[in-house]
Design a protein around this ligand. Structure first.
Ligand code: HEC
Length: 234
């Protein structure tokens, strides 16, 4: 019998089963794996429990696969956002100080300093849901309920003018009907056809071009001037 199963037995005897919230099936799985282990070469690790896989397997795909059941309006998202997100991302997602900007920036992608936000840049709404569910609020990740995440996603859609009605309820059924403004700027890698003329049967592998001419170095060009200590930017 594995140590874990024995521990589980002990925990049950002591009446503290709650500390070992492992289902009987899981315990049986571990025992079965232990039995098989002696015949394997390395005998390292054990089969992941269904509970463990479930806890990690939270990704949401653009086609909606992985979305949990839930719902939320922008109106409710507003309340959560002000309490848990605005301190860093600003009340309207405009970004407080130098924290990330989540809204605005429409039409700036071709500008010198593009504002790459959810509304101006992100092609898929699923990334918004997945990111918040996985990583936010910063420092207290995985603390939000599914309904909270739907509501926050709806709020960010509203701040980016993608939905107009703050009472619109986002849920797992209508989620994929929302189209992101910049979605069409992303496309499948088409180099195989678009760059066909570069594909040769015998590609050059040696001395293919002359030495490059260095026109500037990052230090002197100062790629990230801060406006104060850096050189003046025209
Ligand atoms: C303590 C500050 C802080 C709080 C509070 C916070 N965030 Fe963030 N957020 C960040 C930082 C920092 C990043 C960038 C992390 C990175 O790039 O690794 C980020 C990134 C994001 C992004 C991705 C932005 C992008 O363009 O890459 C989203 C969406 C987001 N946060 C939503 C939220 C929501 C919703 C909440 C509230 C539930 C929240 N955040 C609370 C600091 C915070």
């Amino acid at each position: 019998m594995s140590r874990l199963v024995r521990l589980l037995g002990l925990a049950l005897l002591c009446g503290s089963a709650a500390a070992f919230a492992i289902s009987q099936t899981s315990a049986q799985q571990i025992a079965a794996h232990d039995a098989a282990k002696s015949s394997t070469k390395l005998g390292l690790g054990r089969i992941a429990l269904p509970e463990e896989i479930k806890a990690w397997d939270t990704d949401v795909r653009p086609d909606g696969k992985g979305l949990p059941v839930g719902k939320g309006t922008a109106k409710r998202g507003d309340v959560i956002f002000q309490a848990q997100c605005a301190v860093c991302h600003g009340e309207f997602g405009e970004g407080a100080g130098r924290w990330p900007v989540l809204a605005g920036g429409a039409g700036t992608l071709k500008a010198d300093r593009p504002d790459k936000t959810i509304g101006s840049f992100w092609p898929d709404l699923s990334t918004v849901f997945d990111y918040i569910q996985r990583a936010m609020p910063f420092g207290n990740a995985r603390s939000l309920s599914n309904d909270d995440v739907y509501a926050l996603t709806a709020y960010l859609l509203s701040m980016n003018d993608i939905i107009k009605d703050e009472n619109f309820e986002l849920n797992e059924k209508n989620f994929t009907s929302i189209k992101m403004p910049n979605a069409s700027a992303f496309y499948e890698d088409d180099r195989e056809t678009a760059e066909k003329q570069f594909w040769k049967k015998d590609p050059c592998m040696k001395d293919c071009r002359s030495a490059p001419k260095v026109t500037g170095r990052a230090m002197s060009v100062d790629v990230t001037p801060d406006g104060k200590s850096g050189p003046k930017v025209e």
